[in-house]
Write a protein that binds this ligand. Structure first.
Ligand code: PLZ
Length: 446
């Protein structure tokens, strides 16, 4: 049983942000940790529950980022904590490919049952989103005996060598880190807000551009996989126009190309569906999940058509820690919480509340160019009023203001001008309203 009492779900500041203890600790951070690491908020965390982070100075901060879309069920959710404690006392590791255990099997069974599609599915568990994407590509290449991979403008798929190549944005992800893996082809993404063509025909125009590139420049018969985030995350919560994902999926099917949905950020109840592809009834051949599936324990998965997942020779896939028993126990706690607390429905409710509030702010502040997203995954794109020019300065000022008042928000976007909202799906309406009132003040202060 969980012994620590959970924190009250209230914002409370007892010092400036950062407080004196965080300031001292952050000096040690600078001394001890790689300068290549970023930091969204300059405080050091002592405890957290649900949507509240408690720092070492005693400040209670509202978390609208969920550690980048991870603690969907809330931080230190009781069902996750209880299962982790039980598992860590039972055993900590065997390596699934040395001596298997039930947790891994149960997580795979659950993922197989949740993934859209009436065909038989199988899963593979690994440690991180990037590792899962790498494995999905590995498997798709092995299955199709083809090499080319098609990815999109504004995409993000990770920081390992292959996934850097799959990721679109140079700074900060790729600059100076090459050479990158070959046989990766980038095609246009219908980013409606910044689309230069006719917005009325964006879906068909974008599909024409993508299929033209694949057919004329790569050769469809050379393409192993099309990899796409159903809503682009780091790229700025870019939602493809209606019909684009179904069109792409049909093209893949017609050409024997494996269609892979990277649901690492969109996945797991966040968008008001278990998987974001469900919005348009798209059935991918493979789905990549991570982040939200294990409430903060490192776990990621590739789930796909059984014949694809089985195509590799035995021992062709693996890894020491993939599907570690403690991470699997956490994932089982996540599945249980999502069902018990109806988090898919709850994400839709958050979407209504958040979307309406952000639209109201847009009507008030011309610096907000667009509100977009779905469910508990929403963003605002900031511009210089009267233009389409990205407004990074306003984004930084708003984020800083919110932090100083105890609200943690994250940024995103190819043009570094997007504020994204990824609250824990269990956040209370009151706490979300409080955070949104701070956001309003932040825009008023610009
Ligand atoms: N695919 C769609 O969003 C991770 C990156 C944070 P890992 N996104 C957060 C950062 O700056 O490093 C992500 C994602 C999508 C893949 C990944 C990679 O997941 O678990 O970070 O490897």
């Amino acid at each position: 049983m969980t012994t620590l009492t959970s924190l009250p779900q209230e914002r409370q500041l007892v010092t400036a942000i950062p407080g004196p203890k965080s300031l001292e600790a952050l000096k040690r951070r600078t001394e001890a940790t790689s300068g290549g690491l970023g930091m969204a908020i300059p405080v050091v965390i002592e405890r957290a529950s649900d949507a509240i982070l408690l720092d070492i100075d005693g400040n209670q901060i509202i978390d609208l980022g969920s550690g980048i879309g991870v603690t969907n069920v809330g931080n230190a959710a009781s069902r996750v904590v209880d299962r982790v404690i039980d598992q860590v006392q039972a055993f900590t590791h065997t390596c699934f490919t040395v001596a298997p255990y039930m947790g891994y099997i149960e997580v795979c069974e659950k993922l197989n049952s949740l993934m859209p599609g009436s065909f038989k599915k199988k899963s593979l568990l690994v440690n991180s989103g990037a590792e899962a994407v790498e494995n999905a590509i590995k498997i798709a290449r092995h299955y199709t005996k083809r090499q080319a991979i098609v990815v999109f403008e504004h995409s993000y798929h990770g920081r390992t060598n292959l996934t850097m190549a799959l990721t679109a944005k140079n700074m900060p992800y790729k600059e100076g880190f090459g050479p990158f893996a070959p046989e990766i082809y980038r095609v246009p993404m219908p980013y409606a807000y910044r689309w230069i063509g006719d917005k009325a025909t964006i879906t068909q125009d974008a599909l024409d551009m993508v299929t033209h590139k694949i057919e004329k420049e790569i050769g469809a018969h050379n393409v192993a996989a099309i990899l796409i985030e159903p809503i682009q995350g780091e790229g700025g919560f870019i939602v493809p126009p209606k019909g684009f994902l179904p069109g792409l999926s049909k093209f893949a099917q017609d050409n024997g190309i494996v269609f892979i949905a990277d649901e690492v950020q969109t996945g797991f109840a966040r968008t008001g569906h278990m998987f974001a592809v469900e919005e348009e009834s798209v059935v991918p051949d493979m789905v990549v999940t991570a982040k939200g599936i294990a409430g903060g324990l490192p776990l990621a998965a590739v789930t796909g058509r059984a014949e694809i997942m089985d195509s590799s020779h035995a021992s062709g896939l693996g890894g020491t820690y993939g599907g570690n028993p403690i991470a699997c126990a956490a994932a089982l706690g996540v599945f249980e919480t999502m069902e018990a607390e109806k988090l898919v429905e709850r994400a839709r409710h958050i979407g209504d509340l958040l979307g309406a509030s952000l639209k109201a702010l847009q009507a008030k502040y011309p610096v907000i160019g667009e509100v977009r997203g779905r469910g508990a995954m929403q963003a605002i794109e900031l511009i210089k009023p009267g233009t389409m020019d990205p407004n990074t300065e306003a984004m930084n000022a708003v984020v800083k203001y919110c932090q100083s008042k105890g609200v943690l928000i994250l940024t995103a976007g190819t043009y570094s001008n997007v504020i994204r909202f990824l609250p824990p799906i269990v956040i209370t309406d009151e706490l979300l309203q409080d955070a949104l009132s701070v956001l309003d003040e932040a825009f008023a202060s610009l």
